[in-house]
Design a protein around this ligand. Structure first.
Ligand code: NAD
Length: 359
């Protein structure tokens, strides 16, 4: 019997619509082969939503997302909206979506594909075999803490943000991370700044206490500055990393660059229940938007994560990941991952190659 899934599509801005189109074609083709039916509903978020409604996350978009089995987001933002007040900025829509769907865990794999080792800025022996999962807390910490704002203070101005975590929030993300580590190599590194920040000391204490429930996982701790250095010095030492919202934002981008291109990296954001959001790590790349230059593979791999973690269809996810492997083996490369002797293609042609490679 055909299985049906309601997918909300949020193509967003910049290269978002181009890479979404490729992912839709791939999902339809996989669906036809495996008897899965995807009912797509498109909704507005980010700059395009601001233009149409004045809001970066219209209430109708959040409602559509809530009614679906999974949400596939591309990217939001661009020069045009950069100078708007914060409440009307595209990023505010993204934060609202995460909060509205209670997506507290962000899983970002950074895996070096053997075909792309030379695209990394680091030496082959440093990056070969790197396979890291960064588990980032997504709905707490300094991006949401109160008070926040810019206030008048003694004839000057004072900008304030607050980094705050409750023990419950730390335990919740900690459990996701320990469980992820159990499915991987059984090593978890918790990253904080406990030498300076009280909130980080609480983080460290709670994660350490939790480790008693996961005796099969080897837990280590690093300060965030050291973690950044270690990621560049010897990234193979890491298996699973867990950290808060701000540190995770930065470290997951650093881990992304180890792999050579931000255009290759998917992510999953999950809550305790309800639909997850699956999106590439990269932004809307306004510098190349509308030029058929975007690498659609991170979006396509996000669709694979959606099938695996959101819709429980590991066979379909495997099919997509194998097709990505095949097109890379065939030598197809978008500009961001191009190297000598390989075949340069645009976003659409990469999509066509993927469709041929799906078996
Ligand atoms: P970016 O990720 O959009 O681009 C960084 C660089 O990587 C650019 O040179 C871009 O051309 C390149 N790049 C990114 N994705 C690519 C792809 N798929 N294929 C080929 N090249 C790719 O980051 P940025 O330039 O810092 O931000 C641009 C806009 O995106 C800003 O408005 C920012 O706020 C927004 N942004 C959105 C998200 C999101 O939607 N989750 C994340 C980061 C940034």
């Amino acid at each position: 019997m055909t299985q049906q899934f309601r997918i909300t599509l949020l193509p967003g801005d910049g290269i978002g619509p181009e890479i979404t189109a490729v992912a839709i074609d791939v999902l339809k083709s996989v669906g036809a082969k495996l008897d899965l039916q995807f009912d797509f509903t498109e909704a507005l978020i980010g700059g395009c939503a601001i233009d149409a409604t004045g809001q970066p996350l219209p209430a109708a978009t959040l409602e559509t997302c809530r009614q679906s089995d999974a949400v596939m987001l591309a990217a939001i933002g661009g020069y045009k909206w950069d100078s708007l007040p914060r409440a009307q900025r595209p990023e505010t829509g993204l934060l609202g979506l995460r909060a509205g769907l209670k997506l507290f865990a962000n899983l970002r794999p950074a895996t070096i594909l053997p075909q792309l080792i030379d695209a990394s800025s680091l030496k082959r022996e440093v990056v070969e075999g790197v396979d890291i999962m960064v588990v980032r807390e997504l709905t707490g910490g300094i991006y949401f803490g109160q008070p926040r704002g810019v206030f008048a203070a003694d004839g000057d101005q004072r900008g304030v943000n607050t980094m705050a975590y409750t023990g419950t929030e730390i335990d919740r993300i900690g459990r996701v991370a320990f469980e992820a580590a159990q499915k991987r190599q059984g090593r978890l590194c918790s990253v904080d700044k406990a030498n300076v920040l009280e909130v980080s000391q609480l983080w460290r204490d709670r994660i350490t206490a939790l480790s008693q429930d996961y005796t099969d996982v080897e837990l280590t701790h690093l300060y965030v500055d050291n973690a950044a250095m270690q990621l560049l010095r010897w990234p193979k030492q890491f298996d699973t990393i867990v950290t808060g919202n701000l540190f995770g934002d930065i470290l997951s981008d650093a881990a992304a660059m180890l792999t050579g291109s931000i255009g290759m990296l998917p992510s999953a954001s999950l809550g305790a229940s309800g639909p997850g959001v699956f999106e590439p790590v990269h932004g809307s790349a306004p510098d190349i938007a509308g030029q058929d230059k975007a690498n659609p593979l991170a979006q396509v791999l996000s669709a694979a994560m959606m099938l695996r973690y959101g819709l429980n269809q590991p066979g379909a996810a495997d099919m997509i990941e194998t097709a990505v492997d095949t097109v890379l083996n065939q030598g197809y490369r978008t500009g961001d991952i191009m190297a000598e002797g390989l075949t340069a293609v645009g976003c659409k042609a990469m999509g066509e190659a993927l469709l041929k490679a799906l078996v």
